[in-house]
Design a protein around this ligand. Structure first.
Ligand SMILES: *[C@@H]1O[C@H](CO)[C@@H](O)[C@H](O)[C@H]1NC(C)=O
Ligand SMILES: *[C@@H]1O[C@H](CO)[C@@H](O)[C@H](O)[C@H]1NC(C)=O
Length: 214
């Protein structure tokens, strides 16, 4: 009896688990997010009056200003900039790199990522949970994927500018950007934690914190 119950439970789990692998499915044609309202349990409430302009977005184009320490700039089309994406489980980014620019190691807790290089040559890599690095230099027209939640980065490996378009299976994938998460949090992570973690001293940790302080 117990084993029958266990096998029924396991069978149910097999059907249920795949439905949890991305944002929930929509329950209506659309639900343009009303950003003035507080997010409800998952996403934004629907705007009552919609028009064609709610379903188009012109903010993905460049060129962006990449004059910053990482030499990278991102324009996101997610539910916060393009509320028409609310409940659709999708978003995109335009990512532009100065020569040598890097999109530093980061992860997206709520989405897998697919990307295509539009311009230039980009060294793209992600790390598995056992610290295996999968990486390659890819060129215009070539695509990459990053499984959900895994740490990844992109570095402009060419001589000129580079540009990517990325897509996510979440309306708001979120980004945990490791350098600023660890060294630029508010309030700060205590030095006792970071010196022990990185097997280093206060001076090194303070130096890193000074670069990522907000
Ligand atoms: C680009 O950003 C830098 C740093 O914020 C700023 O000094 C510069 O004026 C900007 N350039 C343009 C063309 O907006
Ligand atoms: C990590 O996982 C990969 C793929 O399963 C395997 O080939 C590799 O040997 C593993 N590496 C370590 C360090 O365990």
């Amino acid at each position: 009896m117990a084993s029958l119950f266990t096998s029924i439970l396991l069978t149910l789990c097999l059907f249920i688990i795949p439905t949890l692998s991305s944002d929930p499915d929509p329950l209506q044609d659309y639900c343009v997010g009303d950003l003035r309202a507080s997010p409800s349990i998952n996403g934004f409430p629907c705007k009552s009056l919609v028009s064609a302009s709610d379903f188009f977005f012109s903010g993905l184009g460049g060129p962006l200003n990449t004059s910053n320490p990482n030499g990278v700039a991102i324009s996101p089309a997610n539910v916060l900039t393009f509320p028409g994406l609310n409940t659709l489980g999708l978003s995109m980014n335009n990512v532009e790199f100065a020569p040598g620019g890097v999109n530093p190691p980061h992860s997206h807790p709520r989405a897998s990522e697919a990307g295509v290089v539009i311009e230039g040559s980009v060294f793209v890599g992600f790390l598995t949970t056992n610290n295996t690095l999968f990486s390659k230099v890819i060129n215009a027209g070539e695509m990459f994927v990053v499984p959900r939640g895994l740490v990844h980065f992109q570095w402009n490996a060419g001589e000129g500018k580079a540009r990517l378009i990325t897509a996510f299976n979440s309306q708001l994938p979120g980004a945990v950007v490791l350098p600023s998460t660890l060294f630029g949090s508010v309030p700060e992570i205590p030095n006792a934690v970071l010196t022990k973690t990185f097997r280093t001293d206060d001076a090194t940790v303070n130096n890193l914190k000074s670069k990522f302080a907000v």
